[in-house]
Design a protein around this ligand. Structure first.
Ligand SMILES: Nc1ncnc2c1ncn2[C@@H]1O[C@H](COP(=O)(O)OP(=O)(O)OP(=O)(O)O)[C@@H](O)[C@H]1O
Length: 342
C-alpha cells in the first residue's frame, strides 16, 4: 500500500451550547491512502458531516476540535524546500487553511446550488479557483476549466462555461461542482452525499463519474452517505459511524461479508438483499442516541442485542481485532472466515 495522505487520530469535535456539550464526534481514527476511497456511513446525526467539516477546517463556534485530536495531512504546501511534511490540520489557522482547502483537499457537497454563486458564470467561478491556487494566467485557467468540464461529461463546454448556474440542470450543476473539486488535482476529495438531491438515474451517473475520476486522478476520497448500496459501489474501505463514534472500520468486502459490530449487523439487515428470502426490512428497534452530555458508554448500548453488564460500566476503546479491521465493541460477532476470504 502507498503512503498515507491523511491520518486522523482520536478526532473529537464538540459543541458547547446552553444545555451542555454536544459530543458530535467523539473519537474517530482512520488512515486514508492515495487512490483509496473511504466510505463513511451512518444514520442521520451520527457525526459524518461534522467529521468532514473538522478535516476541512469548517467548524465554527460554538463548535471546536478538542485538544489532542490529530488530523495529519501530508503536504509540501508549507515547507521551505518543497519537501513533504505532516501538518496537523486540527491546529491550522483559518488563513493557512485557505492554502489547503480547494487546492489540496477538494469538496463536493450535497446541494450544488449552495456551492455555486448564482451571480457569476461557471467560467468566472472555475477560473477564479484555478488562478487562486495554480500559477497560471486566466486564459490558461479557462482552457483547464473547459477540459475539466469535458471530462465530467458536460455537453458543449466551450459555450456553456459562460452560462450562469441556474441555466443548468441539477445533475449538470453537480458535474460542475465535481469539476471544480478536481480542478487543482487535490490529494483528497471529500464528498458529502453528493447525489442525494438528484433523481435516481442521475445519481447512478454521478456516482459512476466520481468513481472513474477518483481512480484516474488517483485521489484519496472520503465519501459520506447514509446509503449502504452507494458504499458498496464506490468504497475500498468503510467506516461505520453511530452516535459520534466509529463503530467499525474495515475493507468493503469485510464490512459486507463478515461485519463484527452488532450495529453494522443491524444496519446490514435493514437493507433488502436480492438473495434474501425474507423481503421485509428490519428496522433497528429503539431510538438514535442523544449526543448532548452522553455517558461514557457505547452509544449503541440501549439498542444492542449483545450488550452485557460490562457494556454498562466501561467505555469500549477502538481495537484492531484483526489486521486492518477495527471495532469498538466488547462482544463482537465472530464468524469464521470462509475459504474465499482467506
Ligand atoms: N452547530 C451545531 N451546534 C450544535 N450541535 C451541532 C451543530 N452541528 C452539528 N451538531 C450536532 O452534531 C451531531 C452530528 O451531526 P452531523 O451533521 O455530523 O450528522 P450526520 O451524520 O452528518 O447527519 P446527516 O446524515 O443528517 O447529515 C448532531 O447531533 C447534530 O445535531
Amino acid at each position: 500500500m502507498n503512503e498515507p495522505v491523511l491520518v486522523v487520530k482520536d478526532l473529537k469535535t464538540y459543541f458547547d451550547i446552553a444545555e451542555g456539550t454536544v459530543k458530535a464526534v467523539n473519537g474517530v481514527s482512520f488512515v486514508l491512502h492515495k487512490n483509496e476511497a473511504l466510505g463513511v456511513v451512518g444514520e442521520t446525526g451520527s457525526g459524518k458531516s461534522v467529521t468532514m467539516k473538522s478535516i476541512m477546517g469548517m467548524i465554527k463556534k460554538p463548535g471546536y476540535i478538542v485538544d489532542g485530536s490529530q488530523i495529519l495531512f501530508n503536504t509540501n504546501e508549507f515547507s521551505h524546500d518543497g519537501s513533504m511534511e505532516q501538518v496537523n490540520l486540527a491546529k491550522l489557522s483559518q488563513k493557512a487553511f485557505t492554502r489547503i482547502r480547494g487546492k489540496h483537499i477538494g469538496m463536493v457537497f450535497q446541494d450544488p446550488m449552495a456551492s455555486l454563486n448564482p451571480m457569476y458564470t461557471v467560467a468566472d467561478q472555475m477560473i477564479e479557483t484555478i488562478v487562486y491556487h495554480q500559477d497560471v494566467t486566466p486564459e490558461e485557467a479557462r482552457k483547464i476549466a473547459i477540459e475539466l468540464l469535458k471530462k465530467v461529461g458536460l455537453p458543449n463546454p466551450e459555450q456553456r462555461i459562460d452560462d450562469y448556474p441556474f441555466q443548468f440542470s441539477g445533475g449538470q450543476r453537480q458535474r460542475i461542482i465535481i469539476a471544480i473539486g478536481l480542478s487543482c488535482n487535490p490529494e483528497v476529495l471529500v464528498a458529502d452525499e453528493p447525489t442525494t438531491a438528484l433523481d435516481v438515474t442521475i445519481q447512478a451517473q454521478i456516482l459512476e463519474l466520481m468513481k472513474d475520476l477518483q481512480k484516474e486522478y488517483q485521489t484519496g476520497m472520503i465519501y459520506i452517505t447514509h446509503d449502504l448500496s452507494v458504499v458498496a459501489e464506490i468504497a475500498d474501505k468503510v467506516m461505520v459511524m453511530y452516535g459520534g463514534n466509529q463503530m467499525e472500520l474495515a475493507d468493503v468486502n469485510t464490512i459486507f461479508d463478515r461485519p463484527m459490530h452488532p450495529y453494522t449487523h443491524a444496519l446490514l439487515s435493514c437493507i433488502p438483499r436480492h438473495d434474501a428470502k425474507n423481503e421485509e426490512l428490519n428496522p433497528i428497534p429503539g431510538q438514535p442516541p442523544i449526543m448532548l452530555n452522553p455517558p461514557a458508554l457505547c452509544p449503541f448500548l440501549p439498542r444492542c442485542p449483545r450488550a452485557t453488564e460490562r457494556c454498562k460500566k466501561e467505555w469500549p476503546e477502538l481495537t484492531e481485532i484483526e489486521e486492518n479491521h477495527f471495532i469498538r465493541c466488547f462482544n463482537p460477532v465472530i464468524t469464521k472466515k470462509t475459504e474465499d476470504d482467506k
